[in-house]
Design a protein around this ligand. Structure first.
Ligand SMILES: Nc1ncnc2c1ncn2[C@@H]1O[C@H](COP(=O)(O)OP(=O)(O)OP(=O)(O)O)[C@@H](O)[C@H]1O
Ligand SMILES: [Mg+2]
Length: 271
């Protein structure tokens, strides 16, 4: 039997001892998270535990007070969202930032349109519509995102289709890490499944995913590992194979002892 120790390159993203305060509020007290290449990491915790703040730190939207982040073993410092994008990290926010009046194609290429291959047209900044449409169709087909016409405005699309489109955008742009904050929160059962299936296909493409969800059943279906946050700290990480949905809830509430005690636990012991 050979023992497999993860090498540096198995780790897509590593965040260590991240802290972030908002005045007197400690949003992140000491949060750490390791994302392996090609895995889906579920991030869970009660309301206000610091999940969204940690995601914002990893996507460059919030600058931490302290802590270290590395991508593919290289230390990084994200001062703005463009820094994280450049490091290959795409974040899909819940409001999605899709433009209703634009088509699926225009939305996936938003802000980074293919320039025409003709140098004269390129100079005039004319968008190469046909190339864009065919590449968008290719990616959407690859991900099996069931969109009728990539040319129609997205305003007629369902919530699930819109979510899938936003996720497909990440793959189209070759991101290696995709961050999703409660992507199924506003969706019905069938649409949620569509999004979860898509997350599975992202993983099949070698993309690493961080997924925040309050739905334990969904998480144990789609995630490989789960990190639990409590009061701004990451208190436990488990392989999904080793936990039940009830066990995760226990770690979230404190009914099941975590690996890192929080001040709350310590107070309980003292009393
Ligand atoms: N911009 C901000 N200004 C002030 N306080 C903030 C800000 N952002 C977050 N916080 C506070 O930081 C803490 C963590 O918030 P965060 O949104 O990260 O929690 P969460 O785990 O995502 O919760 P939820 O499950 O409700 O989405 C909360 O107490 C929150 O009120
Ligand atoms: Mg949140």
């Amino acid at each position: 039997m050979t023992l497999e120790t993860p090498t540096l390159t198995d780790i897509a993203l590593d965040a260590r001892h991240i802290t972030r305060r908002y005045g007197a509020v400690v949003a992140l007290a000491d949060a750490s998270l390791t994302l392996r290449r090609g895995e889906v990491m579920g991030l869970v915790g009660d309301n206000g535990a610091g999940k969204s703040t940690l995601l914002k730190v990893l996507s460059g939207a919030v600058v931490p007070d302290s802590g270290e982040i590395s991508v593919d073993g290289e230390p990084v410092s994200f001062r703005r969202p463009a820094d994280a994008l450049q490091a290959g990290i795409e974040t899909v926010y819940q409001d999605l930032a899709l433009v209703d009046t634009m088509s699926a194609v225009q939305n996936v290429f938003l802000g980074r349109e293919n320039l025409s291959t003709n140098p004269f047209l390129r100079a005039l900044n004319v968008v190469n519509d046909r190339a864009m449409r065919s590449r968008a169709r290719e990616v959407l087909a690859e991900l099996q995102v069931g969109i009728q016409s990539v040319k129609e405005p997205v305003k007629g699309m369902s919530g699930g289709q819109r979510q899938c489109l936003a996720i497909a955008r990440a793959l189209l742009w070759g991101r290696r890490i995709v961050i999703l904050d409660e992507p199924t929160a506003a969706l019905g059962v069938r649409e949620s499944k569509q999004v979860l299936d898509l997350i599975g296909r992202l993983r099949d493409h070698g993309v690493s995913v961080i997924l925040v969800s309050h739905n334990m059943q969904q998480l144990v279906t789609v995630a490989d590992r789960i990190t639990v946050m409590r009061l701004g700290r990451s208190v436990a990480t488990r392989d999904v194979a080793d936990v039940t949905p009830e066990g995760i809830v226990g770690l979230i509430t404190g009914a099941v002892p975590a690996d890192v005690p929080t001040p709350e636990d310590t107070a309980a012991v003292v009393e």
